[in-house]
Design a protein around this ligand. Structure first.
Ligand code: ADP
Length: 369
């Protein structure tokens, strides 16, 4: 059996898989460390999870870790050195890596002798060529401070691109796919023959597409201006651009369902936000078609991508010159393949499953030992 743990700052999500990757149990411990929450700290959260599960046949624990920097390019069996390396990456992911480290520490303590594996959100993007991860700034500064694109949502893009190949009856190595993970966070990825060659998030999950509360791509001068001219301290600017921006910043609602409802009622702010959201997606689809040269499929996933026919339709409307032609009825019905017969590029909807992908990668890496 394989236990997958996704330890966030105030929650622990878990899922227990059989050796054949059937889901045996799953759950969520919420508001960890908060008054009236399910657990006072990560250790007691994990203790209560483990006391409920039958872990006699446990082969490994797979931990989701957001940032693997340039160092981690695949799933990694955890030892003291790996923990130290993840700790060194905390400045790159100050919100995300510390809770994952807490989960790893507690799991190692409570389950000694069970293999612990780190699966990084960044790792799938290790195959992006240098010109795709390099920003044109002072090269010495960039090297000294590890400034480059890393990309995120890698487990989702990996899973969904493989699933797309399956839907098309091909092997992953035979297809080029543009994957669009549209959830609270959102990112696009160009996958060439199973390998990521471009992605929209950058050094943090802040860049690229418009998200629930994050701005996505911005001219960096916006930050200088807010600091110098508007007099905002840097922490406040960061909070604004990461938690008060995106759909929330434009409309007051971070949920695409609410934005769509208001748009249907003729609300101007919601209409603008929806149009800006889908336009950014189209810009990336066009850009990644140019990166890939040949595109076999565009695949939607994540809460918005899986559930919003409106967003899917608007994102690919009129892209017949790129070979994309949507079948309205299939799109509305929520089919897995929603392109029209004869569309040169398939348009797909795939339900992402990051926990399953973490379990798959964990099983693969312990099998190799
Ligand atoms: P996360 O990124 O946190 O894993 P999800 O991938 O589950 O989140 O995406 C959550 C978002 O999906 C919600 O905030 C909501 O905007 C959007 N969503 C869910 N259902 C629908 C729907 N039927 N139509 C449009 N958007 C939806």
């Amino acid at each position: 059996m394989i236990l997958v743990l996704n330890t966030g700052s105030s929650s622990v999500k878990y899922r227990l898989f059989s050796a054949e990757l059937e889901t045996v149990a799953k759950g969520l411990v919420e508001r960890v460390g908060e008054d009236g929450g399910d657990a006072p700290d990560h250790e007691s959260a994990l203790r209560s999870i483990m006391s409920e599960l039958d872990l006699d046949d446990l082969q490994a624990v797979g931990h989701r870790v957001v940032h693997g920097g340039a160092e981690f390019t695949g799933p990694t069996v955890i030892d003291d050195e790996v923990v130290a390396a993840i700790e060194r990456l905390v400045p790159l992911a100050p919100l995300h890596n510390p809770p994952a480290l807490a989960g790893i520490a507690v799991a190692r303590k409570l389950l000694p002798g069970v293999a612990q594996v780190a699966v990084f959100d960044t790792a799938f993007h290790a195959t992006i060529p240098p010109e795709g991860v390099t920003w044109a700034i002072d090269a010495e500064l960039a090297a000294r401070w590890q400034i480059r694109r890393y990309g995120f949502h890698g487990t989702s893009h990996a899973y969904v691109s493989r699933r797309t190949a399956e839907l098309l009856g091909k092997r992953p190595g035979e297809v080029n796919v543009i994957t669009l993970h549209l959830g609270n966070g959102a990112s696009a990825c160009a996958v060439e023959a199973g390998r990521s060659v471009a992605t929209s998030m950058g050094m943090s999950p802040q860049g690229g597409l418009i998200m629930g509360t994050r701005s996505g791509d911005l001219d960096p001068t916006v930050i200088f201006h807010l600091h110098r001219v508007a007099g905002m301290p840097l922490d406040e600017i960061e909070r604004s651009l990461t938690r008060q921006a995106g759909l929330l910043g434009l409309t007051g609602d971070n949920d695409m369902r609410a934005v769509q409802r208001r748009r249907a009622e003729g609300d101007e702010a919601a209409t603008l936000a929806f149009n800006a959201y889908v336009r950014r997606i189209r810009e990336y689809v066009g850009a990644y078609a140019a990166v890939l040269g040949r595109v076999d499929a565009v695949t939607f996933t994540g809460g918005v991508g899986e559930n919003s026919p409106q967003v899917r339709a608007a994102a690919v409307a009129g892209l017949t010159t790129l070979g994309l032609s949507l079948d309205e009825a299939r799109n509305e019905a929520g089919d897995e393949i929603i392109s029209a017969d004869g569309s040169l590029v398939a348009i797909c909807v795939a339900r992402t499953d990051e926990e399953r992908e973490i379990a798959t990668q964990t099983r693969a890496v312990i099998g190799d030992r």
